[in-house]
Design a protein around this ligand. Structure first.
Ligand code: ADP
Ligand code: MG
Length: 482
């Protein structure tokens, strides 16, 4: 019997043989079955068994002229919901109604149980992630200290090794690997969300430029990088370390998607979004697009890329994009992915634009002038992680070019005393004449007393130094009156 909701309308099929019943059960989806007990060549019991096997949930009523205790008992044991004697057919409709109601309640209960089970699975998964988070936090923290030593010592050895020594290449490799590992631990730390966040008004363009400068040297020569940074972008509100992670992850994924080279495009723009995804406000967003011409992804992969630990790489962690999404969403933004296999991928991130009145106090701006590339980039990284706007130059010309083009006044110049292109001291004097409020901090491998600067106790930091020493010295320099 197949019933309309009202019970008044129904569709009925009658079968007489075992084979016909079997066929009917496969061919159609019935709501309820009525079975006679005495059949020609078989019994209602056979029918019950068959139906129970093929459609265990189908409610069955036995309707028969001759129903003794024993048969009723047998039928109920075989799964019949009810037995109705032919002499008492007035009971049929209420019995059908009852059976259907029960059936509906059963379905609802099953659905509820399923939903409960899913919720429990989710909680279990969340707890697992939390445990993993706590564990990685502990490891990442210790690991960071170890890496810091490796980084600084390899820098020191690079400085000390004779200029032509073949050791340079090896030391560079150690240094580069340690930097990569630092990126990884930072990712783990942020994934477990324990670091104290420091959201500020940030200029996406300068973060992008810095990330490309960082990653540019790691990206092989066979990958061409194209930048097109939007003009007059509104600021966005984010934690600078987290924003770096977003950029680094997207850029390194793009690089890894192009093992045989290709084109990596990085673009920023302001977009007005009238219909954002649920939970996001319509309005101005600052968009970042990272586009590669790499391997691309099929839909199945695309559906999973944000899952923690999902990776298709033998050395992958699968944490990158999970992290990216958590960060982007934390600041009210969202992500868009376009990709097709063999054609490349475009990852777009949108952050809500910060309206001027919400802008916090300006980040302090620091210019780092250091001719040793790796040291410069570590310093830049350390300082940016502290929330400073950092500009980096490898020589006088670059430094002066930055001074001409920056859109904010510099608060501090950190310069190597002896740059390979000339004196850091006269450079700093020149910069201070452009930005009278800029303080100076000198760094050098030589001892303070051999360096001709005033007040070296405050204005000088001898190499090698740790990130902690740098931060501390920078803070006290910035507290000083200009
Ligand atoms: P991982 O890089 O460690 O694998 P991610 O979370 O960063 O972890 O990325 C997850 C997966 O998403 C990658 O393994 C890859 O399959 C896919 N993916 C991410 N970015 C790209 C891209 N630009 N092109 C192709 N596939 C990508
Ligand atoms: Mg990745």
């Amino acid at each position: 019997l197949r019933l309309d909701k009202t019970l008044l309308r129904y569709e009925l099929t009658r079968v007489e043989t075992y084979a016909a019943l079997e066929h009917e059960l496969t061919a159609n989806d019935w709501d309820i079955a009525l079975v006679d007990y005495i059949l020609d060549s078989w019994t209602g019991a056979d029918a019950l068994r068959l139906m129970h096997k093929m459609k265990p949930e189908l409610p069955i009523l036995v309707v028969s002229g001759n129903l003794g205790e024993e048969i009723v008992h047998e039928c109920v044991n075989l799964g019949a919901r009810d037995c109705i004697r032919k002499g008492e057919l007035y009971q049929l409709v209420p019995a059908i109604e009852r059976a259907l109601l029960n059936q509906r309640n059963l379905r609802r209960r099953q659905e509820a149980e399923l939903a409960l089970k899913e919720a429990e699975d989710q909680i279990r998964q969340a707890q697992k992630m939390e445990a993993v988070g706590r564990l990685t936090l502990g490891i990442a923290h210790d690991f960071n200290n170890i890496l810091n030593v490796i980084l600084l010592q390899s820098e020191r050895l690079m400085n000390e090794a004779p200029a032509m020594s073949p050791l340079h290449a090896d030391l560079h490799q150690i240094h580069r690997m340690a930097q990569q590992a630092t990126g990884l631990t930072r990712q783990l730390l942020s994934f477990s969300r324990q670091r104290k966040l420091d959201p500020k008004a940030l200029d996406l363009n300068s973060c992008v430029a810095a990330s490309i400068e960082m990653l540019g040297r790691l990206i092989g020569a066979d990958i061409k990088i194209e930048q097109s940074l939007g003009i007059d972008l509104p600021k966005i509100k984010a934690d600078s370390v987290q924003l770096d992670q977003v950029l680094m992850n997207l850029l390194s994924n793009a690089r890894e998607a192009m093992p045989n080279g290709g084109l990596l495009k990085v673009a920023t723009e302001t977009v007005f979004v009238a219909a954002p995804p649920p939970g996001r406000a319509p309005g101005l967003y600052v968009a970042l697009h990272v586009t590669d011409t790499g391997v691309g992804m099929d839909e199945k992969t695309q559906a999973r890329i944000f899952d923690p630990f999902f990776t298709t790489k033998s050395q992958g962690t699968g944490l990158g994009l999970a992290n990216v999404r958590a960060i982007v969403e934390e600041y009210g933004g969202y992500l868009l992915v376009t990709s097709s296999p063999g054609e490349g991928t475009r990852m777009s991130v949108r952050f809500p634009a910060l309206i001027a009145k919400e802008e916090e106090t300006r980040n302090q701006a620091i210019l780092v002038v250091e001719d040793e590339d790796d040291l410069r980039s570590v310093m830049t990284e350390v300082l940016r992680s502290q929330g400073y706007n950092v500009y980096a130059a490898g020589n006088q010309d670059e430094a002066l070019k930055i001074c001409r083009t920056v859109t904010e006044p510099l608060d501090l110049v950190i310069a190597d005393v002896m740059l390979s292109s000339g004196s850091g001291i006269s450079l700093v004097n020149e910069i201070v004449s452009i930005f009278p409020n800029a303080r100076a901090l000198y760094i050098s491998g030589y001892a303070a007393d051999t360096v001709p600067i005033d007040n070296p106790a405050e204005r000088f930091l001898q190499k090698p130094f740790t990130g902690g020493m740098l931060k501390e010295r920078v803070q006290s320099a910035l507290r000083r009156a200009a």
